[in-house]
Design a protein around this ligand. Sequence first.
Ligand code: BG6
Length: 802
Amino acid sequence: MLAEPFYWHPGMWKMLIVVMCVALLGCLQAQELQEHVSIILLGATGDLAKKYLWQGLFQLYLDEVGRGHSFSFHGAALTAPKQGQELMAKALESLSCPKDMAPSHCAEEKDQFLQLSRYRQLKTAEDYQALNKDIEAQLQHTGLREAGRIFYFSVPPFAYADIARNINSSCRPGPGAWLRVVLEKPFGHDHFSAQQLATELGSFFQEEEMYRVDHYLGKQAVAQILPFRDQNRKALDSLWNRHHVERVEIIMKETVDAEGRTSFYEEYGVIRDVLQNHLTEVLTLVAMELPLNVSSAEAVLRHKLQLFQALRGLQRGSAVVGQYQSYSEQVRRELQKPDSFHSLTPTFAAVLVHIDNLRWEGVPFILMSGKALDERVGYARILFKNQACCVQSEKHWAAAQSQCLPRQLIFHIGHGDLGSPAVLVSRNLFRPSLPSSWKEMEGPPGLRLFGSPLSDYYAYSPVQERDAHSVLLSHIFHGRKDSFITTENLLASWGFWTPLLESLAHKAPRLYPGGAENGRLLDFEFSSGRLFFSQQQPEQLVPGPGPAPMPSDFQVLRAKYRESPLVSAWSEELISKLANDIEATAVRAVRRFGQFHLALSGGSSPVALFQQLATAHYGFPWAHTHLWLVDERCVPLSDPESNFQGLQAHLLQHVRVPYYNIHPMPVHLQQRLCAEEDQGAQIYAREISALVANSSFDLVLLGMGADGHTASLFPQSPTGLDGEQLVVLTTSPSQPHRRMSLSLPLINRAKKVAVLVMGRMKREITALVSRVGYEPKKWPISGVLPHSGQLVWYMDYDAFLA
Ligand code: BG6
């Protein structure tokens, strides 16, 4: 049948004109709105740029160029122009287009991208000024409005300050346009150096201008953690807590070793390289309280910081470390070290983390990473408790639905047998909801993951896989700060890891052969807050820097110090010995008198003891224990400086002491701190007299300061060293100056006094006090001599082996 002839009637003409006008207006508006972005890639010929950044920039260009943006890309380095150009051209050779793009279109796009990309040498202040001039000239020439400038620092951190200074002084965009500087790790080596670097950068850039990259935040499975928790709130609300979660594993295993980069690796090691950043970020995303708006950078940061505050401090016993066997040899070769050199740098670490909040109390979070392992894989696995009992035999369990099968949720970051990012949810948990950018996936038949066939999971993978750097470049472009590390976030993380790093500095890592040959050598277990290798083996003593002998060389040492019994051991053993002794004393006291009066010191030394008592002493008669303070700082009890706050954080919140048995010092009365007129010291003394028979504590735990002070009784103190007063106000040479303290006469009434002395800082005073007589005015600790009770010294080898 012939088609009817097509006639234009007048109404249609009118319509066409209107449509054309609207389209034209649209075009004009788009033209008007076109904004220009200059991207300056510093280190444009380096490894990271070659592997990921140029490709990421090309992807950004493809995604955004049609949306009203124009670009110029300035590849920069220190290399002279000609050679730099050649190197950059090489780096750009391997750009690839998305799979679904036609080859001719791809060639066209690449060509345009190359035309917009220029190499330039950025070495001197003049080079930066010239760059600025060129950008301004280009803007003037094209009549485009400037949206902003991105400076990507793909350079070693020692170069940061110079570059930052130059950008700040001559390359800032004009008013109304933004500046974004992108920084790659390492961001320091420990808390102190991170702080220094942050302060330095802070003198050039505003916080909102800095984008610190942790490329794991750009990995699709990691970026999906918060949105997933948000979209599945209903199902997860009741499950995401200590009542249901058995444990969480955050793992990054690698097959590669550190060959070729030992100069970097020797400085950092696996904890700084991977755990402090990538794995910690994943931990925070899994464990933080879920913000109402998960895409609000501010809310995410706030919740992250809260989580950091709830992390229990790590101790030496929280980690095991290993080193692949050929590592030291590689270091000797690459860094020209002598044959006798042995490195102590860990290339494998597993760390047990606890979170002291209501949601996660008692749930072990295991962070583990290593080089030269048997496979490459990364994931965060949340294993749920199995609280169901299935009555019928296993053959009647409807496959995958039974509550008796393992229940787990896995954010599979990549690689492994699955080979791609994925989210896996056991079918007996719930059917998850994911955004349309994720699709249900199928794996190779017979594939088993985490102990279950893939068919036991709802399994999803991204519709389009994207490289982490390209995801992050897009977030930088759109100013999405939630995928980057702020200064506060960075310092909180270093604050958490630095004590562990310091305590491991001289620990010899367990050597492992590498790859499949590792067998069970690196398997580890955990209990009572500690983590240890499953297989006992005589540790290889790697001769390392420092003369420190290994813990296993020593038994707990018993001797005398100032004529009283002395217990000495490495700090961990010492703490567990002291905790056992305190428990034994408590049990005896409760058996004889029905109650146990324990007076505790504050400060840092007893923290490990409190943690030990809180986690590993199930037989402790807490219900019959009265807790007193040996001394207190004149700050509100809620202040982090308060001794009571330390006791609360590390002990009280984990044990069940009746609240009427807890006796904080009354340093804060009538909204004043330690005012004489408020008679806080007298009130405490009366409370002691009323409740403690003969004012004689069953046990007083003291420390010894580097100046010989004990409790808050300092050298030359006018009060508390003798006389009638049981409790006194004193003055400390260090802040906060005002203190409240038990007096020496009261301390000396105790049935038992334990003095805990730990750390190298105490070596001198330990040696000195061992020689002096009774001179409390000069060294108050020398006045501790219980009249009829027992005095025992507990000293770790660091303090004692002077
Ligand atoms: C880097 C570390 O940050 O992450 C490397 O410096 C590590 O040591 C790498 O190999 C792992 O990243 P990915 O993306 O390969 O898992």
